[in-house]
Write a protein that binds this ligand. Structure first.
Ligand code: DX5
Ligand code: ZN
Length: 353
């Protein structure tokens, strides 16, 4: 449930942690893109990643600046535009006019790159360069001073749903961070292609800032919100491991189940606990084998072990009340309850001490 009195702000929720997820709509229902971007926003994506293809630079066609402009009205999330086109210089003004927040072009194009990067920056947007898996990172060197973003392609550009090229990531992602060392803040390394729950931890461990996720979000029946949170959490965990010489700072077995509740009550508790700065994850209790719809099955409310004592002291009574409420609800035959969306993690200034 949205908290009463929440100030409306164009800056959406800032999740705890470091990694950000940009939802690529390439594999969404292209017949209903407005729905796709709204859904990605509602489910907690940090950005929308828009793949523009011209059938020339890559063997596939998608959409152009008018579509980007139309989508601009449908979401408050930043729009990251990834131009897989041979002549970005020819269209750049249209894309800037369309209201994208970042524009990334490819270093392999045959026209001059610098004027386009300069135009993006002159419009006050973030400028990025992306590179195909076979292109060495050194190709970006001449443009270093003009870059806000390096987007490492970990699949051959053109299509969603391909497998992650781990060796490309190992070669380039950390090195891309070095390439951006001239920027004291605001520089980002994006990883695009094959990002999912299997690869996120490794990508986070290479200090990527933005994980572009496409097909993993749009699989039929997938809980997108959970996928986004999981990918973010895994990326952050990978980052923490690598900072800590491979030793997990909070071992994974130190996560405790604080309560088991139906979803609407689990999310209510989650929102209340997260307001105190304790991160909470919800998982389907009993795993995927339980053959019950999400609204009526049980969910485990998980906390980091070290936070358990504080959570018990503060929320023990509240939890017990919710457990009773759940029992009463089940006894009453599980009448329909208002939909409680996944809570928005609080911004730092919203935390309750
Ligand atoms: C591929 C695009 C990607 C694509 C990623 O050329 O640049 O953004 O949507 O899709 P997945 O996540 O399925 O690899
Ligand atoms: Zn892309």
């Amino acid at each position: 449930m949205r908290r009463a009195g929440r100030p409306s702000s164009p800056v959406k929720e800032v999740p705890l942690g470091r990694a950000r997820v940009a939802a690529s709509i390439l594999d969404a229902d292209l017949g209903n893109l407005a729905h796709a971007v709204r859904r990605a926003e509602r489910e907690g994506a940090d950005r929308i990643h828009l793949d523009v293809m011209d059938g020339h630079f890559v063997p596939n066609l998608t959409f152009g600046a008018r579509t980007v402009k139309a989508l601009r009205k449908r979401t408050r999330l930043p729009l990251d535009v990834h131009l897989m086109i041979s002549e970005p210089g020819r269209y750049i003004d249209q894309f800037l006019d369309a209201g994208c927040d970042t524009v990334t072009i490819h270093v392999e194009i045959e026209e001059p790159i610098e004027p386009t990067l300069r135009a993006i920056r002159a419009a006050g947007r973030a400028a990025g360069l992306s590179l195909r898996p076979a292109t060495p990172l050194s190709a970006l060197e001449p443009y270093r001073a003009l870059l806000d973003i390096v987007m490492v392609m970990t699949v051959e550009p053109g299509f969603g749903g391909q497998s992650f090229l781990a060796e490309v990531a190992r070669d380039k992602v950390l090195a891309a961070r070095d390439l951006l060392s001239h920027k004291l803040h605001g520089a980002e390394v994006h990883v695009d292609g094959g990002v999912n729950r299997e690869t996120a931890e490794q990508i986070g461990g290479l200090a990527a800032d933005v994980l572009v996720v496409g097909s993993a979000l749009w699989a039929p029946g997938r809980n997108m919100g959970r996928e986004i949170r999981l990918i973010r959490a895994l990326a952050d965990e990978g980052y923490q491991y690598s900072l800590n010489d491979g030793v997990p700072p909070i071992p994974r077995d130190k996560v405790v189940t604080f309560a088991t509740l139906p979803r609407h009550l689990a999310r209510t508790l989650q929102a209340e606990v997260e307001r105190t700065g304790i991160p909470v994850m919800l998982f389907r209790s009993g795993g995927l084998e339980v053959d019950l719809p999400d609204e009526v099955r049980d969910w485990d409310v998980l906390l980091p072990g070290p936070s358990e004592a504080a959570a018990l002291e503060r929320f023990g009574a509240r939890r017990d009340a919710l457990v009773e409420e759940a029992a009463a609800w089940r006894l009453a035959g599980m009448p329909e309850v208002p939909y409680v969306p996944p809570p928005v993690p609080p911004r730092p200034d919203e935390l309750v001490p």
